[in-house]
Structure formats: C-alpha cells, structure tokens
Unconditional design. Structure first.
Length: 366
C-alpha cells in the first residue's frame, strides 16, 4: 500500500512538471496557451485522482468486502487479527472496525438466543414428561378402581394408596418447580438472620431419620465440642439445603452404611459437609449434577423417587447466600457436598422452631 502511494505521488510530480513546462513553452506562442495548459493540467489531475482513488479507496472497499465474507463465515478471529487496517490512517478504517464490532456483538446475541431457546425447549419437554408420569399413573389407578368397583376392600385400598402416592409426587414436583422458578426470577429473597446451625442440623436429622432407618443407615453429626454455632443465613432455605442433601445421600447410599454431617468452624465462616458412602458420581456427570431434572441413571433414579430438582434448588439457595456448593466424589466410595455460611457478627440469635416454620410454609403454599 505504501509503494502504491509513492508511485502515485511520483507520477503526480512528473505530470505537474510536464504540465508546467508545456505551459511555459506554449506561452510564447499564440493566445491559446492558457487554455491548452488548463486542459493538460485538468487531464493530469484527473488521471492522478483516478490513480489515488484506485489505490486508496477501491482497495479499502475490497478489504471491507473481504471482512464481510469472513464475518459471513463467522471467522471473527481472522478479521480481528488483521491489523494492517489499523496501521494506516484513513476514514474507511473506522467503518471496517465498526462493521466487525457490530457483527461480533450480534453474533453473540444470536448464539445466546439460540442457547436460551434450546434450554426453554428442553425444560418444557422435561416438565411435560415429569408431569405426565404421575398424572397417568394416578389416572390409571382410578380407572382400574372404576372398572372394578365391586372389588373387595383390600384391592380398593391397594389402588387408592398407589393413586395417592402418585398425586403426592405430583404435588412435590409442582412445589419444587414453583420454588426454583421463583428463585430464578428473583421473587424469593434470602431472609438473613442469626440462628444456631447446630440446632437446625439436629432437627433436620430428626426429621430425616425414619427414612434412613428404613435402609438401616446411620446419620451422625460431627460437631466436636460446639454446642452452638451462630450463623447469618436464611433459616428455612438452609433447612431445605440440608434436607435435600441428606435425602440424596440416603437415596444413593448402600444399606447398613453411615452418612456424616461435618461442622467445621473457621475464622469468618462455618463449613458444612454431607458425606455418604454411596455409589459415587462419574466425573462426566459432576458438572451437570446441579441441572434441573438431570439424573445420572434415569431408570434407577425414577425407582428411588425424587423430582430431579433437589440439587438444583440446593445450588440456587447456596448461591443466594453468596457462596458455592462444592462436590467431591469417587466411584463406589461415595460423595461429599460442602458449602460455607457466614458466622453472625456478635448478633443475638433468634430462637427458632422448625415445626412452626414448616407449618407456616405449608399454609403459605396452599
């Protein structure tokens, strides 16, 4: 490009010199000399302008078309790395860069819209499938009862219990869907208050223990000599986290095993961990385990119950507390879920009753 400019300038100088000499030579002749000089000067200027235009503008326009072609092929890296345009000062450089920036931004927006559309479609498919299963089951049991209305009491009770179980699962699924939806839209805010996390853990274990005992699983709390640890968090939501983590651990632990809840007090936070000796989580599944409806083994997960939303709710609640849920797992050895909660800064704790709060939540959801 620099060579082309040099050639243009040199050619212009030569033409200018020739025009001047011609005008001087013709000036000694008749009165047409000025007109002839003007024509020659105009011609040479036009020729010089054409050469400059071809070199400065046409080439730049070709480069812009080349950039368009790269953008069409989504080759943004090549466009961005082409710094030859940046080394030259001309008005078309800015246009080229603006085109690239605008196209890159729009492509990112398109990619994000495609991602959201895929997510929406998959979510609707999952929800539709999850809702159909308990509905069809309950419907099937009710129709069986209607078709066998004269069946004995024992058979009727059997099908009624199955229908009730399907409807209970449906109710749980709808509640979980509502919870996670409200969290994502920001309708549910964390109500931070000071309370004793040790007391909450003990009450949660008491609630979950009957399920654990049915599999002969022992749930133990490792809390050293701490009688109480006051944290600043949302009492009910942390109860949900503990309950979901414990339910998940019981579900995937082998019979006659132990689940541990470890409490480790640190400088400004308390670290809570739930450890099981279950089947473990494969490495490829660990990043997706907190996604809605994601199940490692769908057939086995269905048999074990659960909505497939428990860990997704856990993730949202923990992130609402400005911290993260961590997972460590080893196949056939078990998993460890852990998170931190802030210690309350010398705040007077409020006495909490888990039963009263659960009853209040149940009334609110009606």
């Amino acid at each position: 490009m620099n060579n082309s400019k040099a050639v243009s300038v040199l050619f212009g100088l030569i033409v200018g010199i020739i025009s001047t000499l011609t005008a001087l030579l013709l000036g000694v002749s008749e009165g047409i000399s000025l007109l002839t000089a003007a024509i020659i000067s105009f011609s040479s200027s036009t020729l010089l302008f054409a050469i400059i235009t071809e070199n400065l503008f046409d080439k730049k326009i070709s480069e812009i078309y080349s950039s368009f072609e790269k953008i069409r092929n989504k080759d943004f890296e090549t466009v961005e790395s082409d710094t030859s345009l940046l080394r030259e000062v001309n008005p078309l450089k800015g246009i080229n860069q603006e085109i690239y920036s605008y196209a890159s931004l729009k492509q990112l927006e398109i990619d994000e819209l495609k991602r959201l559309e895929t997510f929406r479609r998959e979510f609707l498919q999952d929800v539709s499938h999850e809702l159909k299963t308990p509905l069809f089951s309950a419907q099937g049991f009710v129709h069986t009862l209607l078709d066998n209305i004269n069946a004995d009491k024992e058979i009727r009770e059997k099908f009624l219990k199955k229908a009730a179980k399907s409807l209970d699962y449906l109710d749980l699924l709808v509640r979980d869907l509502l919870t996670i939806s409200q969290m994502e839209t920001g309708e549910i805010k964390m109500k931070m208050e000071a309370f004793d996390i040790v007391s909450l853990i003990d009450e949660t274990v008491e609630q979950i223990e009957p399920i654990a005992l049915s599999k002969k699983i022992n749930v133990s709390v490792v809390k050293k000599d701490w009688k109480s640890v006051i944290v600043l968090a949302d009492y009910y939501r942390i109860f949900q986290v503990l309950k979901n983590l414990l339910s998940n651990a019981i579900k995937y632990s082998v019979d006659n095993s132990t689940i541990e809840i470890q409490i480790e007090k640190r400088k400004k936070v308390v670290n809570l961990s739930v450890l099981d000796s279950g089947i473990g989580i494969p490495k490829n599944d660990r990043k997706r385990i907190f996604e809605r409806f994601y199940r490692i083994d769908k057939s086995r997960s269905k048999k074990k119950g659960g909505t497939g939303l428990g860990l997704a709710i856990v993730k949202h609640i923990i992130e609402g507390h400005k911290t993260k849920i961590k997972l460590k797992s080893k196949i056939n050895h078990g998993s460890r879920f852990s998170f931190n909660l802030k210690l309350a800064p010398n705040k007077k704790r409020k006495k909490k009753s888990l039963r009263k709060i659960l009853k209040k939540q149940e009334v609110a959801s009606l």
